[in-house]
Write a protein that binds this ligand. Structure first.
Ligand code: CA
Ligand code: CA
Length: 410
């Protein structure tokens, strides 16, 4: 099924362009243009869904009964225009984990907010106003008392059964559910609601203190009630976020050991000035040894985030890497909004990433003309150093990041 719409031209990473050039002679067969999954990727492939990269730079999503039919019929018919194709792949939310030792360090429910010194930023009136943060996840409980007023509203779309803004989606007023292909966003697992509260819960109507409580949240659902989704729906959500004007995208998911299509989509967002914040994953592994994506990508508009504890140790479940993980942020016993009950503690790198997404929103809000590179630098160059096995060796400090960006952007 055609899901959202084409990825715009120019998104392909150089490696893909190389493949395009190589296939330009016209003598490459459809079979040769199909990139079969490696042995580690095979179990993640969705057997009847495919991602097509066209020579003009577009990316589309197609269905067929199986690989053989797809190659012999669709790809052969369109062979002249196709650069290459691959299976669609499964992605998953990073399921919450528990870390009893790290949790025992917790004394206050908002320890994370205190640790990154965000109260000092709020006291200066910096709250994320004017910034749109897309939460691409399991959905969001958009009626939650602390989130209802934080949700983005598409000004070009109305509840009337018509695609008013002509983007291919009917009544996409407050986000979209790409998994079920409908405008009503719900949250089947609670994961996206927890992430959203960390990014930007209102400071009224409850206990949660969202980092960027003046920002708007764009809820984009691409997961089923098991917390699983497809790469094609994730890419559709990424591109939708860009079209709506998001400056920050939170991606607390991954787990795929493969696929270049997701990388092409994230890299393409760099040209649109969008920062993508990615959780490092909860396997307690070195990503250098066992790379997973998107965490292990190194695009200049991406920040990969591990989880830290109240006493500034790396959480035992957090994936790490001195090259591929950039920073750590609070990710142990994080209290946030939830579906049922309406508030709860969760542990995971999924909780650490939205601290950074919220912090990025504060920076963009304070300096709207800042580039993605300047915001990324501000976040990474102002960390509090600690025993963290990540590239900066540091934990997020938004107070210092705000001071940093003031020296770089007037
Ligand atoms: Ca629409
Ligand atoms: Ca409409």
């Amino acid at each position: 099924m055609f899901v959202y719409r084409l990825v715009q031209a120019g998104l392909l990473i150089p490696m893909l362009a190389f493949i395009v050039n190589c296939s330009g002679s016209g003598d490459t067969t459809a079979e040769e243009k199909f990139q079969s999954p490696s042995s580690t990727c095979g179990s993640f492939a969705i057997k009847n869904k495919f991602i097509v990269h066209w020579k003009n730079g577009d990316m589309t999503f197609e269905s067929a009964v199986d690989r053989e039919k797809f190659v012999n019929e669709f790809m052969t018919e369109n062979n002249e225009e196709i650069a290459w194709a691959e299976h669609d792949y499964k992605l998953k939310q990073f399921n919450p984990v528990t870390s009893p030792i790290a949790s025992s360090e917790v004394t206050e429910f908002d320890w994370g907010q205190q640790k990154i010194q965000v109260e000092d930023v709020w006291a200066r009136g910096i709250d994320g106003s004017g910034v749109l943060v897309a939460v691409i996840d399991s959905g969001v409980d958009i009626d939650h008392p602390q989130l209802a007023n934080q949700i983005y509203r598409n000004p070009r779309e109305f509840e009337n059964g018509i695609d008013d803004d002509g983007n291919g989606l009917i009544d996409d007023i407050s986000g979209y559910d790409f998994e079920r292909d409908r405008p009503q966003v719900t949250d089947g697992t609670g994961h996206g609601t927890h992430v959203s509260g960390i990014v930007g819960a209102s400071h009224s109507n409850g206990n949660i203190k969202g980092i960027a409580y003046g920002a708007k949240i764009l809820p984009l659902d691409f997961m089923n009630s098991e917390g699983e989704g497809s790469l094609s729906d994730a890419v559709s959500a990424l591109n939708y976020a860009a079209d709506q004007g998001a400056r920050v995208i939170n991606a607390s998911w991954g787990g795929a050991p493969c696929s270049e299509s997701l990388g092409a989509a994230i890299n393409g967002l760099n040209q649109k000035g969008i920062l993508v914040v990615v959780a490092s994953g909860n396997n307690g592994q070195n990503l250098d040894v066992r790379p997973e994506f998107p965490a292990a990508y190194t695009y200049s508009n991406q920040i990969t985030v591990g989880a830290s504890s109240p006493n500034d140790f790396t959480a035992d479940f957090s994936n790490y890497s001195g090259a591929l993980v950039d920073i750590v942020a609070p990710g142990v016993s994080i209290y946030s909004t939830y579906t049922f009950p309406s508030e709860r503690y969760l542990d995971g790198t999924s909780m650490a990433a939205p601290f950074v997404s919220g912090a990025a929103a504060l920076l963009f809000s304070h300096r709207p003309s800042a580039t993605v590179q300047q915001v990324k630098e501000a976040l990474l160059f102002s960390v509090d150093s600690g025993p963290f096995p990540v590239a900066t060796r540091g934990r997020l400090n938004i107070k210092k990041a705000i001071e940093y960006i003031e020296t770089v952007v007037q």
